[in-house]
Design a protein. Structure first.
Ligand code: NAD
Length: 244
């Protein structure tokens, strides 16, 4: 199947990659919906929605302090590195990611569209101050939540919470990339979170091909030219090999 995927990418340029939490589990970051996922322990509406944040920001930070702990300790894995290598070779033109962990950029990918924001900064909803991750992590060592250094209000992580709109510029770019893609390669996503889960439809409607590397099924499996049910790191490393 790797050879078929390599063939598809060779013959259907440009290749755009769409990643989800599944590419980062091999870096020790739990995904959401597999049996060991985060939602098995935390109700997203209680801990990761904008209404929960407005209601009880300290409680939401209880969840995010744990996530920041895991996310800041994580390192890019071979799957991230393989995608950066394919970009260097001109075989992948961009990575659209639902992940907030920043691992694609740390692995060397240059063109990364973060449609759910990232933990790189946190912001003050009252005065607009932006605070870098390092300062947030320091603040979380001594307090249950980080406060705005300018006005004292509680900060919000610059990640998209349930009930929030996605960053329009990122969504527009992701949509344009999907429509122009010769092949959209989906890696490690259940393709259940809209509007991102609608990107494969945009590629297919525009005449592009779809390929999926994922542990477990997705609603688009039947429409993928190539479908690999396996680990992202292993499959993407083999893909780099096959395209050498
Ligand atoms: P998801 O949990 O819905 O789906 C992840 C998929 O990846 C599952 O089908 C799972 O079986 C599969 N998977 C797990 N490990 C894998 C591996 N090693 N190789 C291949 N596949 C693997 O995650 P999603 O589709 O990204 O859900 C969307 C939401 O999850 C987004 O809002 C995203 O921001 C959020 N999320 C982000 C992170 C992160 O920043 N790393 C982590 C968890 C969740």
């Amino acid at each position: 199947m790797i050879e078929a995927l390599a063939e598809l990418i060779r013959n259907h340029q440009p290749c755009v990659v769409l990643t989800g939490a599944g590419i980062s589990t091999e870096s020790g970051i739990p995904d959401f919906r597999s049996p060991t996922g985060i939602w098995a322990r935390y109700d997203p509406m209680e801990y990761a929605s904008i209404s929960a944040f407005r209601r009880d920001p300290a409680k939401v930070w209880e969840f995010y302090a744990l996530r920041f702990e895991v996310l800041t300790r994580a390192e890019p894995n071979e799957g991230h590195r393989a995608l950066a290598e394919l970009e260097r070779r001109g075989l992948v033109c961009a990575v659209v990611t639902q992940n907030i962990d920043g691992l694609h950029e740390r692995a060397g990918s240059q063109d990364v569209v973060e449609v759910h924001g990232s933990i790189r900064t946190a912001s003050c909803l009252a005065c607009g101050e932006h605070v870098p991750l390092a300062d947030v992590v320091t603040a979380l060592r001594d307090a249950p939540a980080p406060w705005c250094p300018k006005c004292g209000e509680i900060l919000k992580p610059d990640v998209v919470m349930f009930g929030e709109l996605l960053p329009m510029d990122a969504i527009d770019r992701a949509s344009a990339l999907a429509r122009a893609a010769g092949v959209l390669l989906v890696v490690g996503s259940t393709l259940e979170v809209y509007p991102i889960a609608g990107l494969p439809e945009e590629t297919l409607t525009a005449g592009g091909e779809l390929a999926i590397v994922n542990k477990g099924s997705t609603p688009y499996d039947g429409r993928a030219a190539v479908r690999i049910d396996g680990g992202a790191g292993e499959a993407l490393t083999a893909l780099v090999e096959a395209l050498s």
